[in-house]
Design a protein around this ligand. Structure first.
Ligand code: ATP
Length: 486
């Protein structure tokens, strides 16, 4: 029984491909009403996790649920989840509008819905063009349009900003925020924090298949305090003076400076002056979120956690501290960075504070911003702006009942209903292309979302009158769900 919450819950999710531990005991929760970034470097296990969430790969252990149910138990998945794992595989000779009509028909939706979603993503002016001639950014928009067909409660997008120009990224950001502001759930993956930093509220950071941070992005930001870097004539004397004044978070740096947390430039200057210690330079350094992300995901963070700082006087180097870190930033406590024994190392408090096992809080969520009309091309802009603002279901938040199905649900035994963009037309889907544990019949009734697969030869240029039968795997991927990404 679905709980209707729109919540995604991942618990102890693990996937091994032979010797490759792609995902290891991953746990996190994605709440409705916010945009959650699923971040990690290449090969971190993001896509594998999303594929497990969408029922395309069977977990080795653990589970992933949407509305309290695994994907294959969602009654009408296309109405619950819209997903884009890859903006590929559109029939090259089929027009964008006909592509959408095929999927709309498969989901039991009227043709009008195809027009609406084209407008939503700013492709109204390109509806008659063949998808094969689309740029990567246009394909991203078309894939998103397909995902939106069923007016889903949950949107799952794998690297959605790929191929989008800066304007497209800005548009996507606004769109996703407004979508989430209606009380829906958005989970987007990326390997670049900077790419999604302004879009997301919550963040799940994975590295080597494991969660390294899970919580509010603001919390992560706050964990990276600014600090004062000071070059004293006598570092030890200044450290002692600071300590006497109650400022204990002081870290000596390899270049002889001290890094001081929880103090202003003025405080440090005053204390030095009172103690008669000359200063040759004082500056405040702001935290760098991107750098923190790099450290978290490059695995050096785990190396630092067990760090027992040597005594300041000894100047000892710690062996086995972790791989060398770039010297560019003094934030990075590499092997040379020693700590006063009784003091708190600069970053040590972070993992305990920042890593949140419980569901994040969403109180700070901002009111929705009406999406700007896509600026994709001049013709699109003109044609899209008006209908978009009038017809978008994502403009006004509806906290009490956010999910408004745009059309009556299809008959229970409709032979289709793929999760929008990931279910290719029937003619491209062999019955074997199903998930590992679903018998053919069961999957036909509860189709699996898959990456948009390269479509087969076009049946015709007109929208089909009979819904396609979707299946679960794109060509080139094995039917056991073990296939990698195309
Ligand atoms: N079908 C497969 N067979 C074997 N190994 C696989 C398969 N699919 C994924 N992997 C491996 O699992 C690990 C995680 O891959 P995954 O594609 O989930 O990472 P990702 O975080 O999405 O990376 P990217 O950002 O590059 O898309 C990688 O080491 C990858 O090689």
């Amino acid at each position: 029984m679905q709980d209707g919450s729109g919540r995604i819950v991942v618990r102890g999710l693990t996937k091994n491909f032979g010797q490759v531990a792609a995902v290891q005991n991953l746990s996190f929760q994605v709440e409705p009403g916010s945009v959650t970034g699923f971040l990690g470097p290449n090969g971190a296990g993001k896509t594998t996790t999303l594929r497990m969430l969408l029922g395309l790969v069977n977990p080795t252990a653990g589970e992933a649920t949407i509305n309290g149910q695994p994907f294959h138990r969602l009654g009408n998945p296309g109405r619950v989840v819209g997903a884009v794992l890859e903006a590929q595989g559109f029939h090259p000779k089929r027009s964008a509008i006909n592509h959408l009509r095929v999927y709309a028909a498969a989901m039991g939706l009227p043709d009008q819905r195809a027009i609406e979603v084209l407008q939503l993503v700013g492709l109204a002016g390109a509806g008659m063009r063949k998808a094969g001639g689309f740029s990567l950014g246009m394909k991203q928009r078309l894939a998103l349009a397909t995902a939106l067909l069923g007016d889903p409660q949950v949107l799952v997008l794998d690297e959605p900003a790929n191929g989008l120009d800066p304007e497209g990224i800005a548009w996507l950001r606004t769109f996703l925020k407004s979508f989430a502001a209606t009380g829906r759930t958005v989970l987007i993956s990326s390997h670049l924090l900077a790419e999604v930093e302004q879009t997301i509220d919550q963040v799940v950071i994975v590295s080597r298949g494991q969660t390294v941070y899970y919580g509010a992005l603001d919390e992560l930001r706050r964990s990276q305090q600014s600090r004062v870097l000071v070059q004293p004539a006598d570092a030890q004397a200044l450290a002692a003076a600071l300590q006497e004044a109650g400022i204990t978070a002081v870290t000596p740096l390899p270049d002889g400076r001290l890094a001081v947390v929880d103090a202003t430039v003025q405080q440090v200057g005053d204390i030095a002056s009172k103690a008669g210690i000359a200063l040759y330079g004082v500056q405040e350094e702001q935290a760098d979120l991107e750098q923190l992300f790099f450290r978290l995901t490059s695995g050096q963070w785990t190396g630092q956690q067990g760090y027992a700082p040597p005594g300041f006087d000894s100047g000892q180097q710690v062996s086995g501290f972790g791989s060398p870190v770039p010297q560019a930033s003094p934030y990075q406590a590499g092997p040379q960075a020693v700590q006063f024994p009784q003091q708190q190392p600069y970053q040590q408090g972070y993992p305990q504070q920042g890593y949140q096992q419980q569901a994040p809080q969403y109180g700070a969520y901002q009111a929705p911003v009406a999406p700007q009309a896509p600026q994709y091309q001049q013709p699109y802009q003109q044609q899209v702006q008006q209908p978009y603002q009038q017809t978008s279901p994502y403009q006004a938040p509806q906290p009490t009942s956010p999910y408004q199905a745009p059309v009556p649900p299809p008959a229970p035994q409709a032979p289709v209903a793929p999760v929008a963009p990931v279910a290719p037309p029937a003619e491209s889907q062999p019955p074997s292309a199903l998930s590992e544990e679903q018998p053919t019949q069961a999957v036909a009734e509860q189709p699996k979302p898959v990456e948009v697969a390269p479509a087969p030869p076009p049946p015709d240029a007109q929208p089909p009158t009979t819904p396609d039968t979707p299946s679960g795997e794109a060509p080139g991927q094995d039917s056991t769900g073990e296939g990698g990404k195309a």
